[in-house]
Structure formats: structure tokens, C-alpha cells
Design a protein around this ligand. Structure first.
Ligand SMILES: [Zn+2]
Length: 204
């Protein structure tokens, strides 16, 4: 391995980005009363564009768990109170986050997000019946994603960090800015490594 490759592979121990594009200075840690679990399909864990780790760096009450089966998520299952736990998922019976009212439903103490492509999150749902027993929350007028790079994978859906930010903004009046700031930093980092013609495609 030559020196250039080596500097690309040396990672920041905190943010895990290559050292020369370390995004630590963009991290502004925040807390929420709501516990956030992000269940991550293993195929997503090593994707450079994955935003779940950015949530982990920003939100102190967030935890990312990589897995596929109920056994992988045993610690989550044991720690949640189903009555106060909501799955963020666009199911038919989902309650819209914009109109959620604690006067009609128990206020959430825990939110569960599924991280992966639609196909992978669907598979997570199939192999984890305990998830289907949870009440669901969905978005009816979510903001447009600013993360164009993943558009091919996720159509118009939000990246995981945007989904977390939007949910906490709606449910707990938490400012989405710290999340957007670190997402922008990651997008900028990735743009810097892109060839010019690809960059043009994303900058309109
Ligand atoms: Zn760093």
C-alpha cells in the first residue's frame, strides 16, 4: 500500500471518516427525551453514503443496531415498552406524524427506524413479527430530501438522518439544524471526491 492509499484508509477514531475529511468539527451533539433505535440491515452497514452513523454522532439517545433477525435485536426487544414505542413505517394504519396528538395516543418514549433500501426494510419487517405488532408513524408532508446522491436507491424518500430529524422536530420540537449541518458536511465531503461530470448532475 502506498502512502496516498494509506492516508485514505486511516480513519478518525471518533467519526470514522477518513482522517483528511474528518467531519468532527461539524458535530453538535443534542439530546432528546425519546429514545431512538435504528435497525440496520447488514448490507447497509458498510455503505459510505449511509447516514445512520451521523445520527449516532449527533443524537445522544440514538443507537444503531445491525442485524436481520429477532435474535439480533433481542436487546431492543427487551428494553422497549411496546405501548410507548412507535415504528416509523408507511403502513396502511400508520398515524401521520404531522397530526400526532398525545391526547389521543400515548406519547412516544421510543421510536424505531429501519435503515436500508425499501427491499431490505421490507425484508426486515417480514423476518421480525414483533415489529408489525408496534404502532406505526408515517410522514404525510415530509420535506424534500437534500441528499440527492442516494436518490436512485430511495426514490423520493428521506435519508435516515432526515427521517430522524423530521420526526423529532414534529414530536419533540427539536431543531433539525444539527442533523442538517452534519449531513451537509458529509455531502460536501462526497462531492469533493466526485468527478466533475457527476458533480454537475447533482448540483442543479
Ligand atoms: Zn472525526
Amino acid at each position: 500500500m502506498n502512502q496516498k492509499q494509506n492516508s485514505l484508509r486511516t480513519r478518525c477514531v471518533h467519526c470514522d471518516f477518513p482522517l483528511r475529511v474528518c467531519i468532527c468539527k461539524h458535530i453538535c451533539q443534542i439530546e432528546s427525551n425519546i429514545k431512538v433505535f435504528i435497525l440496520q440491515h447488514p448490507s447497509e452497514a458498510n455503505v459510505a453514503k449511509n447516514t445512520a452513523k451521523l445520527v449516532n454522532l449527533t443524537l445522544t439517545s440514538a443507537q444503531v443496531i445491525v442485524g436481520e433477525t429477532p435474535a439480533d435485536f433481542a436487546a431492543v426487544i427487551a428494553s422497549i415498552q411496546p405501548e410507548y414505542t412507535y415504528l416509523i413505517y408507511p403502513g396502511e394504519a400508520a398515524i401521520s406524524v404531522e397530526t400526532f396528538s398525545p391526547s389521543t395516543m400515548p406519547a412516544p418514549k421510543c421510536l424505531i427506524f429501519l435503515d436500508g433500501t425499501w427491499k431490505k426494510t421490507y425484508r426486515l419487517m417480514q423476518s421480525n413479527p414483533w415489529l408489525s405488532s408496534l404502532k406505526q408513524i408515517s410522514f404525510s408532508k415530509a420535506p424534500k430530501t437534500r441528499y440527492q446522491i442516494r436518490k436512485a436507491h430511495r426514490e423520493d424518500s428521506l435519508s435516515t438522518i432526515e427521517a430522524v430529524a423530521y420526526s423529532l422536530q414534529q414530536l419533540e420540537k427539536i431543531s433539525p439544524l444539527p442533523f442538517m449541518k452534519i449531513l451537509d458536511a458529509m455531502i460536501e465531503t462526497q462531492m469533493a471526491f466526485m468527478p466533475e461530470e457527476v458533480k454537475k448532475r447533482y448540483s442543479s
